[in-house]
Structures are given as structure tokens and as C-alpha cells.
Design a protein around this ligand. Sequence first.
Ligand SMILES: O=c1ccn([C@@H]2O[C@H](COP(=O)(O)O)[C@@H](O)[C@H]2O)c(=O)[nH]1
Length: 276
Amino acid sequence: MTTFIESLQAAWQRNRSLVCVGLDPEPARLPTRFAGDDDAVFAFCRDIVDATADLVCCFKPQIAHFAALGAEGALQRLIAHIHARQPGVPVILDAKRGDIGSTAEHYAREAFERYGADAVTLNPYLGRDSLQPFLDRADKGAVILCRTSNPGAGDLQDLDVGGMPLYQRVAERVAHEWNGNGNCLLVTGATYPSQLAEVRRIVGDMPLLVPGIGAQGGDVEAVLGHGQASDGAGLLISSSRAILYASAADDFAAAARQATLALRDEINRHRRMPTD
Ligand SMILES: O=c1ccn([C@@H]2O[C@H](COP(=O)(O)O)[C@@H](O)[C@H]2O)c(=O)[nH]1
């Protein structure tokens, strides 16, 4: 059995890429060719996946973008498509789950059995027991919110907790107490590079999912300067809208590929590249 972490490491190396393409379909922004197509959400995302799979380390569908449309079936088929046609590219389901244990069990089954995800994003606010069903799955990734990319991230995450901001306490707790199976990652936004550096200092080489590049304006050089692990990897740098909607015309898939390639190459210019 290949674990999520093993798949991720293999994809980093095989595709020489730290790029995570986010799959956030928005009907109003889909290319006109999908007008009137009942299966537009699936078809659009599938075409993006197939155009970029050799340039990424993972895909990250955001569940709300599917569920709000009643398109959970499209999400299931999309993840099945990635596993069948792009084997070796892991899928992170961005669902930010976390609830009391009995409910968390159902969230874990939803992510891993219903959707077939390889990893899932999680909210640590309810504490360890709320994430235990995910932490116990050594084969799957538990991607835990730490210092998010949004403007209000600091409202709670920067609050002082015994002389240290809450997000650093989360980083410490996950790295030193929750990661017994070696399957934890943290979410650290590209829009806050100095906090990213603090998280990297605390967690060593733990992989970090870094959203906020592209539409949210995060700086690639700053992310690499502050976030790369000792081997020049350790990052999953996520971009959704800037790739998905690079063109609204019939060349949307080629434009998405070009945007992904440009991001991959920009990242690689700023990192320590492993020698082959
Ligand atoms: O701190 C966070 C955590 C998750 N996200 C998610 O990532 C993408 C970002 O989309 P862009 O179009 O690249 O801005 C989106 O699905 C968010 O829900 C985040 O942005 N920040």
C-alpha cells in the first residue's frame, strides 16, 4: 500500500513540482463551451486535470464548490478519474472537517470511502479527539489548519496563548504530539511569509500546504525563502482561480497548463533543486 506521503514525495520528484492545482469550479466563470452542459462541472475539472497532471504534486478539490451545486456526484467521479487516469497524483479533499468523535468518524468515511480522497483538510479547533479518526489513518494525509491565508486569519490564530500565538501552539502540538503516524501536514498561507517561517522553524521538514498564491496575491519568492524544507521540497503550493480561469475561451485547458508550467518554473527558480 502506498501512503499519501509516499505518493506526494514521488510526485514532487517525478514532476519536479511543488504545485497543487486547486479545483474550485464556479459555474459563472466556466468557458462558454460548457453552456447548457448538464455535466459541465465534471467535464471542466476533468479537462483541467488532464492538462496539468504531469506538472503538479497534487490536486485539491474544494468540497463547497461542488456541494453548493448539488454536484457531489461530479466530485466523486472527478476523484475516481484522477486515480484512474493520473495514477500517482494524490488528491487532497479541502473540506476543513473537525467535530466530536462520533461525527468525525463519519467525516473520515465521507472523505476516504465516499470520495476516495488521499488526504483531507482539517480544523483543529475542537481538539485532538475531533481529528483522531483522521490521525489514525496512517495511509492518508491529515492536513491541519495552522495559519490560514485569509485577511482575518490573525483574529484568533494570533491570540497569545501562554506567551506564544495560537497558530504556533497548533504547529507545536501537531508536530510533537499528533503526528505519531507521520501523516500530518499543516496549512500555512502564502500571504503571511513571516508566519510561514515560524511554522517551518517549529515543525522541521513536515510538509506544508500553502494556499494564497495567484488570486490572493501571495509572493512565490517569499514562500520559498521562508517555507522550503531542508531538501528544497516540503511545500504544496496551491493555486486555484489563477489556473482554472486563465482563459474563458476554448483554449482554457491549454491556458491552465501554461499557467501551471509558469508557476512550477517560477517556484523552481527560487528553491534548492534536488540533483537527479
Ligand atoms: O488558508 C486557506 C485555506 C484554504 N484555502 C483554500 O484554497 C483555495 C484558494 O483558492 P485561490 O483561487 O487560489 O485563491 C480555496 O479553495 C480556499 O478555500 C485558502 O485559500 N486559504
